[in-house]
Design a protein around this ligand. Structure first.
Ligand code: ATP
Length: 261
């Protein structure tokens, strides 16, 4: 089953779970993020889209503490995380599934899942619970991760993040290198994950996939916001203009608020 925008809601009335303000991140001389701000509300699926090199992974990695910003702030549940180390953020509830899965190939499926428990919070997710969700994983728990297919490795990477009992799951390019049918299967797990009270911030290069699952999309181009809004409020033309930097999308325009062309 594929989720739709109606499956997660944006409850702007309450406080955001994550609030990123005016984030600037450099890689050497390169200004990879240039004043990016966003607010993610509890229970929603917030999708960052953008072309290669737009700064999507840099944004996720900065939120999880792997890059240090030159300016700006990251607040999580009202607490300033900007200078905290990644493991402190994990114990606060921010956990990432990195681009490319990054499993330990020589370790078994179960050993990879155990890695995720290192900074685990109390919560509903256990290794047993992950096996309940991905039935095949229990039977293959002794198999080396390197022997799994790309889709199976992605599932283990998600499981490893879930056993840390995050409040917010950061998903970096889940669909990378996977067949469409496998991508659908992986995204089909989102409702089950959201049902346990999680909030999801994801990066997705496949725009139609992002529009299908997200309650809010945010497009980056060369480190800047070019569009943000609810999928229902953006047209294909608006997204295309924001994605490729064509005339028609003004930097930081907000769909549904009179910012579009
Ligand atoms: P992709 O979809 O290709 O992963 P992206 O939108 O995630 O792209 P980033 O990976 O965040 O983009 O990269 C943004 C820019 O920063 C790119 O120009 C990239 O080459 C550069 N960059 C990213 N990581 C580093 C790094 N560790 N050192 C130097 N430059 C980097």
């Amino acid at each position: 089953m594929v989720t739709g925008p109606g499956n997660s809601q944006r409850l702007e009335g309450g406080s955001p779970l994550l609030e990123v303000s005016e984030l600037v991140v450099h890689h050497g001389q390169l200004r990879a993020l240039d004043g990016v701000s966003l607010r993610v509300f509890p229970g929603e699926v917030y999708a960052i889209i953008g072309a290669n090199g737009a700064g999507k992974s840099t944004l996720l990695r900065t939120i999880s503490g792997l890059h240090r910003p030159s300016a700006g702030s990251v607040l999580f549940d009202g607490q300033d995380m900007t200078r905290l180390r990644p493991e402190r953020r994990a114990t606060a509830g921010i956990v990432m599934v990195p681009e490319g899965r990054r499993l330990f190939g020589s370790l078994s499926v179960e050993e990879n899942l155990q890695v995720g428990t290192a900074y685990a919070r109390q919560g509903p997710w256990t290794i047993e619970q992950v096996y309940e969700m991905f039935g095949w994983m229990r039977e293959r728990r002794g198999q080396r991760a390197a022997q799994l297919s790309g889709g199976e490795q992605q599932a283990v990477a998600i499981g490893r993040a879930l056993v840390a009992n995050p409040r917010m799951l950061l998903l970096d390019e889940l669909s990378l290198g996977l067949a469409p049918v496998v991508v659908q299967r992986i995204y089909g797990m989102l409702p089950q994950i959201l049902a346990t009270g999680l909030t999801v911030l994801l990066v997705e290069q496949d725009v139609s996939q992002a529009l299908r699952v997200a309650s809010h999309i945010h497009c980056l181009l060369e480190g800047k916001t070019t569009l943000e809004g609810r999928p229902a409020d953006v047209t294909a033309d608006l997204v295309e203009a924001a994605y490729f930097g064509l005339a028609g999308a003004t930097p930081g325009s907000r769909a549904g608020e009179g910012g579009g062309p």
